[in-house]
Design a binder for this molecule. Structure first.
Ligand code: NCD
Length: 309
């Protein structure tokens, strides 16, 4: 198992099942604090630097909430314009500078590999909150935590990932994590937005059975969990291409009820039309519960890397 104290969390690819279990167990412990039923100050005296060079509501507020509710404090940079990166500072130097102010960094940036660069330079733990079309490990960990809470177990489930599997960083991280459980995956996307080869190679190495299809119908028929995603507009070079795909898949209540009304529906949010509002009060619509679970998971990660859990 990895030594969490002092560790960076950049990718889920190298995580072991033991690592994941440890994070899940720790998140479970923090759930009452996340749910505002208990208070804690185990991170008193610690400072989180939230460096968000790309738009975010949930992820940044979730990290900040997690830190504050464990008694820690937060400093932040929001947007590229207000930061020294805009003046041409390197990611390396940003890491060298921020380590003087904070005990831990959570960072989001539009370039794949950027967070790893800061982590290499900084002598404090760095958590990847999304690097371009790369990865989003904390989202995927909260997705796993949510599936566990919603379904009791993951082994044996058929999970469909639907939408922009090419640019969607959450599905990359989630596929790596699910490869530790005996799942079947259905990868639903337009031909142009398929799951990257390196992720599929990893699934093959781990002997995870997966199919690729363009048809949402395949997911509705066979999956117990559907993970819907937004087409990542900001990654498209050609906006006309984006327009073509943005409403490619729309989950409706009628479709779900026709196949399996108890299906678990996940989405990292923000949704921009992929799930119609009438799905929200189905029992399996778990996307707003994911948000609460995210606070518990981020509490667990912050406490673990700071050596307090
Ligand atoms: C995701 C992201 O930023 O990658 N959002 C999030 O963190 N919850 C998904 C998305 O933006 O589509």
């Amino acid at each position: 198992m990895m030594e969490f104290k002092g560790a960076d969390v950049i990718s889920t690819e190298t995580m072991t099942r033991g690592d994941i279990d440890k994070i899940m167990k720790t998140a479970e412990k923090f759930l009452p604090v996340a749910q505002k039923e208990k208070t804690s100050d185990i991170l008193a005296g610690k400072v989180l630097a939230a460096l968000f060079y790309e738009p975010s509501t949930r992820t940044r507020l979730s990290f900040e909430t997690a830190m504050l509710r464990l008694g820690g404090k937060v400093i932040n940079v929001i947007g590229m314009d207000s930061s020294s990166l805009a003046k041409g500072e390197t990611l390396h130097d940003t890491g060298k500078v921020v380590e003087n102010f904070a005990d831990v960094i959570a960072m989001r940036h539009p370039e794949q590999g950027s967070v790893a660069e800061v982590a290499d330079a900084a002598g404090i733990p760095v958590i990847n909150a999304g690097d371009g079309a790369g990865e989003h490990p904390t989202q995927a960990l909260l997705d796993v935590f949510t599936i566990l809470r919603e379904r009791g177990k993951i082994e044996g489930l058929t999970v469909a990932m639907v939408g922009d599997l090419k640019y969607g960083r959450t599905v990359h991280s989630l596929a790596y994590l699910l490869s530790h459980y005996g799942v079947k995956l259905i990868l639903v996307s337009p031909e142009q937005l398929k799951m990257p080869q390196e992720v599929k190679d990893h699934l093959k190495d781990k002997k995870i059975s997966f199919t690729e299809t363009e048809k949402m119908e395949d997911a509705l028929k066979h999956a117990e969990v559907i993970y819907s995603t937004r087409v990542q507009r900001e990654r498209f070079v050609d906006q006309a291409e984006y327009e073509r795909f943005k409403h490619y898949y729309v989950l409706t209540r009628k479709d779900i009820e026709k196949h399996n009304g108890k299906m678990t529906i996940l989405h990292p949010l923000p949704r921009v039309g992929e799930i119609s509002m009438d799905v929200d009060d189905l029992p399996g619509a778990a996307y707003f519960r994911q948000v609460m679970n995210g606070v518990a998971v981020r509490m667990a990660l912050l406490a673990l890397v700071l050596g307090k859990a």
